[in-house]
Design a protein around this ligand. Structure first.
Ligand code: ZN
Length: 298
């Protein structure tokens, strides 16, 4: 386990040209290529997980890689589900949604929005029956939930940035994203709802929000590797969900574990964004290849 300790406390080093080439060659040898969408060698994982003979020299090698390459980040999109799973509300045929008594003091009676952290602290229904496909899904009121299998993977790989709380009887857990970074707030745009209102007259939250993060420059890198994270500010919008971002080392773990339930879109680098813009100007449509990872169990 000594090797992991070294990887977690990297020495500040800079790379000379020759050494940089050597590292690149090694990365290719391990199948970590741009073509496959893997740009970063995660230090702690590779020190004990990928390398054929882990040891201090390998660990140092990958520590150096991680110091010189920016961490790539992916935006997660959950699969659509056939059923609505509500955590805070009860849905009955044509009636308006009813707030469960447990959450009544937390939910705005006008727009049904709430503070997600307060709801998480209050806890969830241990009797609720969940109907969902995959290892991760999103409830109709915007909470991410994971099953026992994915929880085990989070624990095994010490994936950071979230807390889990038990939900229902079927081995599900609600995720609270605790690692939050600064981001460009202008990505979120508000629009009028069907009644022509942009903000709730009671709680002042935005009612309808659109806009997604596409570029690395729009959202900070988290301080931790191997993490799930979100933004420091709330997205707002009725029944919206927080944006779930995932570091590339975690995406790799999820893909290799054949996790099911969504897809991960890599945020574009400045260079990729410039290339896309230049090609668009010239009338060609082009997207950086290998940036979409499907979590489809394959
Ligand atoms: Zn409101």
């Amino acid at each position: 386990m000594g090797a992991i300790g070294v990887a977690n406390s990297p020495r500040p080093v800079t790379l000379a040209g020759a050494e940089s080439k050597r590292l690149n060659a090694t990365r290719r040898g391990l199948g970590i290529s741009n073509r496959q969408g893997w740009r970063t060698a995660p230090p702690a994982i590779f020190s004990h997980w990928e390398l054929p003979q882990p040891g201090p020299s390998h660990t140092l090698l990958y520590t150096r890689v991680s110091k010189t390459l920016p961490m790539r980040r992916y935006l997660f999109s959950p699969d659509d589900q056939d059923w609505n799973n509500w955590l805070l509300f009860v849905e009955k045929d044509d009636e308006p949604l009813q707030v469960k008594p447990k959450y009544r003091t937390l939910v705005c009676p006008e727009c049904l929005q709430y503070d997600r952290d307060k709801v998480f602290r209050r806890g969830f229904d241990s009797e609720l029956r969940i109907r969902a496909r995959g290892d991760i899904f999103q409830t109709a009121d915007g909470f991410y939930c994971v099953n026992e299998r994915l929880r085990g993977i989070f624990q095994k790989h010490r994936i950071q940035g979230m807390k889990l709380k038990k939900l229902g009887k079927g081995g599900w857990y609600v995720v609270s994203l605790t690692l939050r970074v600064n981001a460009d707030r202008r990505v979120y745009k508000t629009e009028k709802d069907l009644d022509g209102r942009k903000f709730c007259p009671l709680c002042k939250r935005a009612l309808s929000v659109y806009g997604i993060f596409e570029f690395e420059k729009q959202i900070d890198s988290p301080k931790a590797a191997r993490a799930l994270f979100t933004t420091v500010f709330d997205r707002e919008g009725v029944h919206s969900s927080p944006d779930l971002l995932i570091t590339d080392d975690v995406v790799k773990i999820l893909k290799e574990a054949k996790i099911k339930g969504g897809s991960c879109d890599r945020l574009w680098t400045d260079e990729e964004a410039r290339t896309v813009a230049a090609k668009e100007k010239a009338g060609a449509e082009w997207r950086p290849p290998g940036t979409l990872i499907l979590l489809n169990g394959k």
